[in-house]
Design a protein around this ligand. Structure first.
Ligand SMILES: Cc1cc2nc3c(=O)[nH]c(=O)nc-3n(C[C@H](O)[C@H](O)[C@H](O)COP(=O)(O)O)c2cc1C
Ligand code: SF4
Ligand code: SF4
Length: 248
């Protein structure tokens, strides 16, 4: 069984490739409004695929895992896609499952392309392509069972909760806005995994004080009209799918 959560397509690609290799159910947490119950077949592995978020995972997927029920689980593999560095995210993910009485997961960090354009620019399209090719090879190794799992060291584990706490502070929606390029298509509203956006007067409004901060709205707006404050204004947008039409 593969459970995934993806904003700009990296983790979705990984989930689809795992599904090709291992079959079983593939579950997008965005199709669930509430936590749920899952029963694994004998010998089935539970895969979790999601994006690195401040050295942890985002609120939506964490809450989903925390509050869902998983039965007959003997093996868990977590693949966390990231832009560069997972920090002690392996430790946080291990704790999440262990606290539920589930087996300790095997964690892999898969460096793909960063979409966190609030902090730094997204690499150029050519650089993205190179990174994704490298990631594909690592993913093949994970599937073949020959890639070494990710282990952070004790010091990094110690500072990781502090780094991850910053996520709670930045996930305010206040800086989000759409500029005059907005064509009123409503894609941002439909795509938002936590329903934080409403269309008011043919333009998006962020109607919840906090969101999941996944940046799906920003990267998937067809008019590139959405920004977070001013930092993202002249920065590239990213989706995995831009590479998925024969380029890789
Ligand atoms: C809120 C947020 C925080 C992030 N934090 C990190 C981080 O701490 N380290 C990192 O390497 N990448 C970080 N990233 C980048 C994503 O983990 C990376 O681009 C991921 O592959 C995106 O997956 P997706 O396309 O499935 O959404 C962050 C992205 C977001 C939106
Ligand atoms: S996706 Fe972009 S263009 Fe469409 S409504 Fe939202 S901000 Fe406007
Ligand atoms: S408002 Fe945008 S960044 Fe926030 S959860 Fe919705 S799609 Fe993601």
């Amino acid at each position: 069984m593969i459970i995934y959560y993806s904003s700009t397509g990296n983790s979705k690609h990984v989930a689809l490739k795992l599904h090709e290799a291992f079959k079983g159910d593939i579950i997008d947490v965005c199709d669930f409004e509430q936590p749920s119950s899952f029963y694994l077949a004998d010998g089935e592995t539970l895969f979790l695929v999601t994006f690195n978020c401040f050295w942890g995972i985002s609120n939506k997927i964490e809450t989903f895992i925390r509050n869902s029920e998983f039965r007959n689980v003997k093996k868990i593999v977590a693949i966390i896609t990231c832009g560069g560095y997972l920090g002690g995210g392996d430790d946080l993910i291990e704790k999440l499952f262990l606290e539920k009485g589930l087996p300790k997961p095997v964690v892999y960090s898969l460096i793909m392309v960063t979409n966190y354009s609030i902090l730094h620019n997204v690499p150029s399209f050519e650089a993205q392509k190179r990174k994704l090719l490298r990631a594909e090879k690592t993913l093949d190794r994970i599937i073949e069972g020959i890639q070494r799992p990710y282990h952070s060291n004790g010091l990094i584990c110690k500072i990781t909760p502090k780094i991850h706490d910053q996520y709670e502070q930045v996930r305010t929606t206040v800086p989000f806005h759409a500029n005059n390029s907005c064509i009123g298509c409503g894609i941002c509203m439909k795509n938002c995994p936590v329903h934080a956006i409403e269309m008011i007067g043919n333009k998006p409004s962020w109607v919840q004080p906090k969101c999941d901060h996944c940046l799906r709205c920003l990267h998937r707006c067809p008019a590139e009209a959405i920004n977070y404050g001013t930092t993202t204004q002249n920065r590239l947008r990213y989706t995995y799918e831009a590479h998925n039409s024969g380029h890789l």
